[in-house]
Design a protein around this ligand. Structure first.
Ligand code: FMN
Length: 201
């Protein structure tokens, strides 16, 4: 298989979990990879980079049950500037909630793009508890799935893989609530403030 182009579609790409997942993927993937973060200004450059790859791996977080605007805007540019040779598109998505199934709609959005623009659709790895899992003893489960994703892409198996922390929902909810409350405290924000729709006060 030819080169894999990896695009990070997280709005906070330089400090993102997507960056960590993409980096780990490159370490376990036997095929040559080239990685870029999607920015406001590099859409056309990325469309051109696609000419030299057989496979595109979109790495991004779930935002409000959909794809983040960083990725959405890039797909709009790609629609207008398609490469001559269309790569197979695979997805590596992570979400904050425990259930990787939360990301099904966002995956469908990429599938629809592929269908409407004649890109072959490849494999998927959907990571639940994506904000937390890398800092727990369960991180090894992610490594195993990343290897399976690389193999599925290489062999063009089109697998749909999932991974999350093997915890009861109640326990996860309690632990994540405590985590975010403490995070808020460190930044002078109360739980009540976090529960409002205000982004900046
Ligand atoms: C604005 C915003 C919306 C989010 N929406 C969801 C969501 O709908 N479901 C979910 O499970 N996680 C949601 N999350 C959590 C992110 O998917 C999670 O923190 C992820 O690890 C972020 O990845 P990144 O660091 O690569 O951007 C949201 C996070 C933000 C900041």
């Amino acid at each position: 298989m030819g080169k894999i182009l990896i695009l990070n579609g997280s709005p906070r790409a330089p400090r993102s979990n997507s960056k960590a997942y993409a980096q780990w993927f490159t370490q376990v993937c036997p095929t040559e990879t080239e990685t870029y973060a999607i920015t406001r200004d590099n859409h056309l450059e990325l469309c051109r980079a696609m000419e030299n790859c057989d496979h595109l791996l979109l790495v991004f977080p779930l935002y409000a049950d959909g794809i983040p605007v960083t990725l959405l805007n890039f797909l709009k540019t790609l629609e207008e500037n398609p490469p001559q040779h269309k790569p197979t598109v695979s997805v590596l998505i992570n979400c904050g909630f425990l259930e990787p199934e939360q990301s099904e709609v966002a995956i469908s959005m990429v599938e629809l793009f592929c269908e409407q623009n004649s890109y072959p659709f490849g494999s998927v790895l959907s990571i639940g508890s994506g904000e937390a899992i890398l800092n727990t003893p369960f991180r090894g489960l992610v490594g195993r799935k990343l290897k399976q994703l690389a193999a599925s892409m290489t062999r063009r198996q089109g697998r749909r893989l999932k991974v999350t922390m093997p915890l009861p929902k109640k326990l996860f909810l309690r632990a994540s609530t405590t985590y975010w409350e403490n995070y808020g405290k460190r930044n002078g924000i109360t739980r009540a403030q976090m529960e409002t729709m205000d982004i900046e006060i």
